[in-house]
Design a protein around this ligand. Structure first.
Ligand SMILES: NC(=O)c1ccc[n+]([C@@H]2O[C@H](COP(=O)([O-])OP(=O)(O)OC[C@H]3O[C@@H](n4cnc5c(N)ncnc54)[C@H](O)[C@@H]3O)[C@@H](O)[C@H]2O)c1
Ligand SMILES: [Zn+2]
Length: 377
């Protein structure tokens, strides 16, 4: 078997009344998967959804953890990558769940990154009008972001994540040892979301990250701490605003610029989501400096310095290939769901750790800012 289970994994509670659940974080916690499922739902069968990449590294451990306590399981393994968040693959997964005679009271297990979490979570939301599911996130992004909060979705021709549901898991099991096999570039992209929690609401955490990021990458106990602090931050926001009617929007910090860049580069390997968020957060800081003069220039420089130090892109010109035109970026920003009558909703900052939702940002101001940034060499 894998590493021994730490006796004291960190536990973060997501407090949502009858839909509350725990996020269990630690090296080796995947070994407790079966025991935890049995404790929550005695007698439940499990249906594992994973991708062919993750399955190679983790499926055997996950299945062993189930078998050891007598939980029977079946599985659907889909191709790795965003393309699996499609109607076609969604249908295959739903049919496979039904074909395995999974009933109400049984359990779907999402074993993978955000793609698998979103896909399996959505299948769990609708098959038999709702099955319980467990998130076993295997990327840093999934451990600190997508596995927490209950947003599930697949993609439409009209855009990403447009077909989905809010469906909370009953447990999140974040085994930080699983991240050891994650490619560096994917790890770094996930780290952008970790840094985001510091930038939006926790200046002390950001300072701690500046000092400890190397140990997070290396897999020391700082990694567990970073995941736990991130989950605690997201859990608190989700508990106050589960369906994003207000405050939850601050989690989109850096994402308006970031999504436009991702789309401009065709959602390709040229720019991963977290990399786009690296650039997006640096731009959001600069835009906040420029717009309100409330943020000192040095704060924006400090944010950029840290993100660049870990190896994330922080400027549009850091992204390989020709830069998009300002018109294209503006059109993509306008298509974003946060637009209301030429006024854009942006998440701005008053400083590191102090983000807020600003609904009245004039489109022309954003255009002028981006034109300047695109002209920079
Ligand atoms: N639901 C939400 O709240 C939410 C939030 C943020 C992002 N998302 C979604 O998450 C998705 C992105 O998630 P992601 O970045 O985890 O991508 P991903 O799931 O595609 O994983 C990235 C790559 O890493 C591989 N991988 C995963 N775990 C591994 C491991 N332990 N070792 C080696 N390789 C491993 C995968 O096979 C894949 O190739 C997007 O579809 C996005 O829309 C959802
Ligand atoms: Zn993100």
């Amino acid at each position: 078997m894998t590493a021994a289970v730490r006796p004291d994994p960190a536990v973060v509670r997501v407090a949502l009344g009858s839909r509350s659940y725990d996020i269990v974080i630690g090296r080796g916690v995947i070994a407790s998967l079966g025991a935890r499922i049995t404790a929550l739902r005695p007698g439940a069968k499990a249906f594992i959804v994973s991708d062919d990449n993750v399955a190679r590294y983790v499926l055997a451990d996950a299945e062993a953890a189930l078998t050891r306590v007598g939980v029977t399981s079946s599985r659907a393994i889909v191709a790795a990558g965003e393309a699996s968040k499609s109607y076609r693959v969604f249908e295959q997964v739903c049919e496979a769940i039904l074909g395995s005679h999974i009933e109400r009271g049984d359990m779907v297990v999402a074993l993978g990154g955000g793609v698998i979490g979103d896909l399996a979570g959505f299948a769990a939301a609708v098959v038999r009008r709702g099955l319980d599911y467990v998130q076993v996130p295997t990327t840093l992004l999934a451990q600190v972001d997508s596995s927490v909060g209950g947003k599930t979705a697949i993609d439409s021709a009209h855009g990403k994540n447009l077909i989905g549901a809010f469906h909370q898991p009953i447990l999140v099991l974040a085994d930080t040892a699983l991240l050891d096999t994650l490619p560096q570039r994917e790890f770094r992209a996930g780290y952008a979301e970790v840094a985001k929690y510091g930038l939006i609401g926790d200046a002390a955490f950001f300072a701690w990250l500046e000092a400890n990021w190397r140990e997070i990458f290396a897999g020391g106990s700082a990694r567990e701490h970073a995941v736990a602090v991130s989950c605690r931050a997201k859990a608190a926001i989700v508990a106050r605003d589960e369906r994003e009617t207000g405050e939850r929007a601050v989690l989109n910090f850096g994402h308006t610029f970031g999504h436009a860049l991702e789309a401009a580069y065709g959602f390709s390997d040229r720019l991963l989501h977290g990399e786009a968020i690296g650039v997006g957060m640096a731009l959001a800081f600069e835009f906040s400096v420029r717009r309100q003069g409330l943020v000192a220039k040095e704060e924006a420089a400090r944010v950029r310095r840290h993100l660049a130090e870990v190896g994330l892109p922080t400027k549009i010109k850091d992204i390989a290939g020709p830069s998009p035109a300002v018109d294209d970026l503006m059109e993509l920003i306008a298509q974003d769901k946060k637009v209301r009558r030429a006024m854009l909703t942006f998440i701005l900052v008053r400083g590191i750790g102090a983000a807020f939702v600003e609904a009245g940002v004039d489109e022309r101001e954003v255009r002028a800012f981006l034109s300047e940034k695109l002209a920079e060499r």
